[in-house]
Design a protein around this ligand. Sequence first.
Ligand SMILES: [Zn+2]
Length: 205
Amino acid sequence: MIGNLPSLDKLIHEFSKLPGIGPKSAARLAYHVLKSSQEFADDFSSAITEVKENISVCENCFSYTEEESICRICSDPKRTDEAICVVESPSDISSIESSGVFRGRYHVLHGVISPLDGIGPQDLKIAPLLSKIKDSLATDAPVKEVILALDADLEGDTTVLYLAKILGEMGLQTSRIAHGVPIGGDIDYIDHRTLGRAIENRIQI
Ligand SMILES: [Zn+2]
């Protein structure tokens, strides 16, 4: 802290709230902004404002969207309604889309079941997933398969077991992505070809 530059202290303080940014990195970033051009600072601050103003959560899959209420993937008539790929967070969708092997719909849980952190099924977007599937079963485009593309760690496994039981009782084919996903692996960090193979070689539960 400089002491006589409260505006700089404030920026350092804001940067230090970012994940993975300690006090030293926060100070380095803040000084970088200070030394940068006015144009850079304006672009940077408007990018932050715009991301909050323009992006909302899709009412159907709970991914992020810049459309009014339903995202592009949910409203794409060329995709099949027969398969839903369930992911932990919106960023997982871009990883799976890059692999190019999945042409169904998505559903974002916004987390995974983690009893140690006090996160139960009711804290996730599980109820809307189940009612969406239930509703589809009464239409001429019913969901036939649910692919659980969750990380291969304890919380991911717990969530897979929980969902597979309920979906099985509903008579749905449930699978989870398989080969190439290392134990404890975060699907965000797996290369696209490996992730593509993991989806193609998914294991039925
Ligand atoms: Zn959507």
